[in-house]
Write a protein that binds this ligand. Structure first.
Ligand SMILES: Nc1ncnc2c1ncn2[C@@H]1O[C@H](COP(=O)(O)OP(=O)(O)OP(=O)(O)O)[C@@H](O)[C@H]1O
Ligand SMILES: [Mg+2]
Length: 285
């Protein structure tokens, strides 16, 4: 396997390290993210998800341990610019991330700041707005858009620097289901184009968007698996007060009544297919 695009080794992070009450927000994180991964990080409030993300894009530096982004150690000052232009980050509240009064100007802000030349800038902005399906709104003021549209503009702004890695920190949590689906669709398209995605979410069902899931608790990674395998840990997830997707929950209940009912379903369609198959089979007998 090639070198990971992000490597975290023995990472600890303390807020207010010199105070009487330092907060040990990351407690020994070891994590490799491969290029092209769609990694979903889940865990309940205060488990350290945002702190982990901020240690990747250099908003924070580890108190102990190391983080490498594309092989560059985040401790070295000379790596700052290269790392910042490799990592795009989108936060929870779209309004806090929008800086300009016209959509396309907002998207141009990031690449302009890193010195992208004018002709290239035009192409980047068009491409980014196209990916998130917002090109037709390019001349509108962002404050007239829906929350989902605003969040897609924020994503366009983050990807206009052509980062290798896109981090979404609860980027869908304030959106309605339609807005959430629009954003997830845009992120899926980016990942299919090869962008590495790290998505933090407290919606357990969004874990199925990715190819890997990490569950955090009290500053530690307590579970790491494929989305299918992670939901086999139903009891552990419940103990961590994390929900299991409804189809999975239902499959487990059905399995409790009929042990031949499979529990390896995650999607609604799979559950429906299985039930249909059984109903039809039953009729035939
Ligand atoms: N700026 C800060 N100063 C002091 N403590 C902080 C700060 N930011 C976070 N913390 C603390 O660090 C721990 C981890 O917080 P973090 O925000 O990383 O968790 P999270 O999993 O992202 O939570 P949430 O789901 O609420 O976003 C928590 O105990 C939190 O209170
Ligand atoms: Mg957070």
């Amino acid at each position: 396997m090639s070198d990971p695009i992000v490597r975290m080794e023995g990472v600890h992070f303390h807020y207010n390290p010199d105070s009487d009450f330092p907060i040990h927000a990351l407690q020994g994180i070891d994590l490799d993210v491969q290029a092209g991964d769609y990694l979903v990080i889940v865990g309940h409030n205060g488990s350290g998800k945002s702190t982990l993300a901020k240690n990747i894009n250099l908003l924070l530096q580890p108190t102990a341990g190391d983080v490498w982004v594309k092989g560059l150690n985040t401790r070295r000052r000379e790596n700052l610019l290269a790392i910042r232009s490799s990592v795009g980050m989108v936060f929870q509240v779209p309004d806090n991330q929008i800086v300009a009064t016209i959509v396309e100007e907002d998207v141009a802000f990031g690449p302009e700041n890193i010195g992208v030349p004018r002709d290239e800038l035009r192409l980047r902005v068009d491409w980014a707005l196209e990916v998130v399906d917002m090109l037709e709104h390019r001349h509108r003021p962002p404050h007239r858009l829906s929350a989902g549209q605003k969040q897609r503009v924020a994503i366009a702004g983050a990807i206009a620097i052509k980062p290798d890695i896109l981090i979404l920190d609860e980027a869908t949590s304030l959106l309605d289901p339609k807005g959430r689906e629009e954003v997830l669709r845009a992120v899926r398209a980016l990942n299919e184009e090869g962008m590495t995605v790290i998505a933090i979410t407290h919606f357990m069902h969004e874990a199925t968007e990715g190819n890997r899931v990490v569950v955090m608790e009290e500053g530690k990674i307590v579970l790491e698996a494929s989305p299918r395998a992670v939901f086999d840990h139903v009891e552990e997830l419940r103990a961590l007060q994390l929900d299991v997707p409804q189809p999975k929950e239902l499959a487990y209940r059905l399995n409790g009544r009929d042990p031949t009912f499979p529990t390896d379903v995650v999607m609604v369609e799979e559950l429906v297919d299985e039930v249909e198959r059984r109903v039809k089979g039953g009729r035939r007998q």
